[in-house]
Every structure is written in structure tokens, then in C-alpha cells.
Design a protein around this ligand. Structure first.
Ligand SMILES: *Cc1c(COP(=O)(O)O)cnc(C)c1O
Length: 376
């Protein structure tokens, strides 16, 4: 069986974990946490980073930082992972779901302005599959109405918008290092702070609402409870694992992007023949090889293709179920129609894409898809 995903270990993880253990301090904000912060800030160029235990955590921090209060409205796509919404629901926000674009699953930025009300506090964008949302439009709306922008960049490491690194554009950004992402630490994530107004408070929220970080830098003579917060920081063992991955970022990315391109080139013919649609890449976006999908013509055809691939030893999977149709949201008696979002929920199919997927296996997957459509 060719799995859908296989977490890639670079081989250096245990070495760094052993080192972290031998250093005798494995709680949060230790040696490897600082090494990772240094890599992200100095080698990659994010402004100010805090590792978290998950992207979900980073999103929860973002919701606290932009000061979501009960009744505040937050605009976001319905085609996303539950955490994008949950983080804000936990603070009492009312989620206003926007539709996807016609030709890609990202939020339709043209629909955002009509959803803004006096209660709107933030816009959350999701760069689906690492493909950038049209951020100029989003940032313009945000500045016109004085809103915060949070990038859910869970899938968007090493990807760009008009040459600008994703995660550096909104006021805040959240990354994931869950084992299904490009760079992993099992569970893991990171908050990127692009607006200096959040710097001080972010560090406090991260450390359970205390000024512990300032204390360890010698800036205050004792640390105490100064704000709300939680235990958002990961163990240094997790950071040690992540550091091994970061050192191999280029190697991992070059392999994943290559696999993405092979899928695209090999399946182009089926798109030209009208059997399916390939990912649409706007002129302003880049490919980071996070995931590869095809869009089938109907849910029935998509499900038949999943079954056909499975019978032939290949696990391919669909993705999000529209959040506006979830039982949790429907219970709130909101009835909205988001046509494009539903199309992606019904017809999108993700193909196996992981570092160790070899060319023969990828060939097999491509040929099976061609056979499936040949038979029709
Ligand atoms: C993976 C993912 C998350 C959640 O990440 P965790 O690190 O598992 O919390 C959130 N949003 C999107 C878009 C994701 O793909």
C-alpha cells in the first residue's frame, strides 16, 4: 500500500534530542527553542517567533492578542481546519464564514468587504496547500476598517506572495509542525509576530500569563502573574526534533516541490482533456509542495476514484468538510450557502505526497488515475 503520508525523519532528530536531554533542562524556552527561534528569525527572516505546542495554540494566542471579546466577529474561510475557527470561538467570537474562490480553495477576497460590520475585529486567511491568498486586497480592507489580519500559515512554510514570505504579511501568523506538514516535530507550531505592539504581551501569554521570560533575561527581579495566558510553549525535546528538520529545510523542500511538479506535469493531459482540474496557481503565488490535489467533476466520481486507487494499493483522501455545514455551527441556526466551498469539500482529492515517495510509486499513482479516466 502507498500511504497518503509518511513523516520524514532526517536522521539527526535523536542526536539533538539526546543533546537536549544531556543538557539537563527539557522544559520550554530552553536551548533548542532558542536555536529554532534563531533559525526562523535570522536564517529565514520572520520578525519575531515563539514556538508553540501546535498551530492550534498559536491561533489561540493570536485570538487573545487581538483581544477578541464575546460578540466580536471574525471573518474566515469555511474551507479550513476546525482550529482556525475554534481558537476564536474559545474567546467568544462569532465566526463569519466566507466562500472560497471559484478556482481555488482560498478565501474569496472579493467577498470579504461585504461581510464587514461594526462588530468585525479580525480577518483570518488560510493559505491552502501553501498557495498564497491575495494579501494586498486583504490588507487594504483591514486598514480601511481598522481590522487585524491573522495568517493561518499552517501549510505555508517556504511559500511566497509576490515574492514576500507568507507569515510576514498579516499582524500575526500561525505555523504548524504537525507530522502531516512539510517540517515536523510530531505536534508543534509557531506564532509569528509582525506588529511590535504585540511583542511584550505575546511572550507573557506564552508563559502562562507571567513575565517569566523577562525575569530570565534579568529585566525584572521577580516574576508574577500579569495577564491571562496558558502553557503554550513546547518542551525543549520537541524543539530539538524540530531543529534537526530545520537544518534540512532546503533538502526537504526541494524534494516536495519536485514531486508536486511531476504530478502537475503528468496530469496536465487529463486536465486538457477535461477529465479533472489541477490546482490553480495565481500569478502572485508560489508552490511549496505541501499538498497536491485534483478536482473531480462530482462527489460520486471523486469517491469512485478514491475507491479505485485504494483497490490498487494507493491511499488518496479528500479534505475539509465545510465548517458552515458542521453540526456545531448549524446548531447556531445560521443558514448560509457557500457554493465554491462545498464544491471543494465534495470534489477535491489529495494524492500521496511525502519526502520518501519515490518516482516509481508516483508513476504508479499517475498511471492509475489515467487508467481510471480511460475506462470511462
Ligand atoms: C494543520 C492545520 C492546523 C492545525 O495545526 P496543529 O499544529 O495540528 O494544531 C490549522 N490550520 C490549518 C489550515 C492546518 O492545515
Amino acid at each position: 500500500m502507498i500511504p497518503f503520508n509518511k513523516p520524514y525523519m532526517t536522521g539527526d532528530e535523536l542526536y539533538y534530542i539526546k543533546d537536549a536531554v544531556l543538557r539537563g533542562k527539557i522544559s520550554g524556552n530552553g536551548y533548542y527553542t532558542r536555536k529554532c527561534h534563531g533559525f526562523f528569525e535570522n536564517t529565514i527572516g520572520y520578525r519575531n517567533c515563539l514556538l508553540t505546542s501546535s498551530c492550534t495554540d498559536a491561533l489561540e494566542m493570536a485570538a487573545i492578542l487581538v483581544d477578541i471579546e464575546p460578540g466580536d466577529e471574525v471573518i474566515m474561510p469555511s474551507y479550513t481546519f476546525v482550529s482556525t475557527a475554534n481558537a476564536f470561538v474559545l474567546r467568544g467570537a462569532k465566526i463569519i464564514f466566507a466562500d472560497s474562490c471559484n478556482n481555488n480553495p482560498n478565501i474569496d477576497v472579493e467577498s470579504i468587504e461585504s461581510l464587514v460590520t461594526v462588530k468585525t475585529k479580525a480577518i483570518v486567511v488560510v493559505h491552502y496547500g501553501g498557495v498564497a491568498c491575495d494579501m494586498d486586497v486583504v490588507m487594504n480592507i483591514a486598514s480601511k476598517y481598522n481590522l487585524f489580519v491573522v495568517e493561518d500559515a499552517a501549510q505555508a512554510i517556504d511559500s511566497y506572495y509576490k515574492g514576500k514570505l507568507l507569515g510576514t504579511i498579516g499582524h500575526l501568523a500561525a505555523f504548524s509542525f504537525h507530522e502531516t506538514k512539510n517540517i515536523i516535530s510530531g505536534e508543534g507550531g509557531m506564532l509569528v509576530i509582525n506588529d511590535e505592539r504585540f511583542d511584550k504581551r505575546a511572550e507573557i501569554i506564552w508563559e502562562k500569563g507571567t513575565n517569566r521570560s523577562a525575569f530570565f533575561r534579568g529585566e525584572v527581579d521577580k516574576y508574577s502573574w500579569v495577564d491571562v495566558g496558558s502553557s503554550f510553549l513546547p518542551s525543549d525535546v520537541t524543539a530539538a526534533f524540530l531543529y534537526a528538520q530545520l537544518e534540512n529545510l532546503e533538502k526537504i523542500q526541494s524534494r516536495r516541490k519536485k514531486l508536486w511538479t511531476v504530478y502537475y506535469d503528468e496530469l496536465k493531459q487529463l486536465e486538457n482533456q477535461g477529465y479533472l482540474q489541477l490546482p490553480d496557481l495565481p500569478y502572485y503565488a508560489s508552490v511549496n509542495g505541501h499538498l497536491f490535489y485534483v478536482i473531480c467533476k462530482s462527489i460520486e466520481e471523486r469517491n469512485m476514484l478514491i475507491l479505485f486507487l485504494k483497490e490498487n494499493g494507493v491511499y488518496a483522501v479528500f479534505h475539509y468538510v465545510s465548517l458552515h455545514k458542521s453540526s456545531f455551527y448549524m446548531n447556531k441556526n445560521v443558514n448560509i450557502e457557500l457554493k465554491n466551498c462545498d464544491t471543494f469539500a465534495d470534489q477535491l482529492l489529495r494524492l500521496p505526497l511525502y519526502y520518501e515517495l519515490d518516482i516509481e510509486d508516483q508513476d504508479k499513482i499517475v498511471n492509475l488515475i489515467k487508467t481510471f479516466f480511460d475506462k470511462k
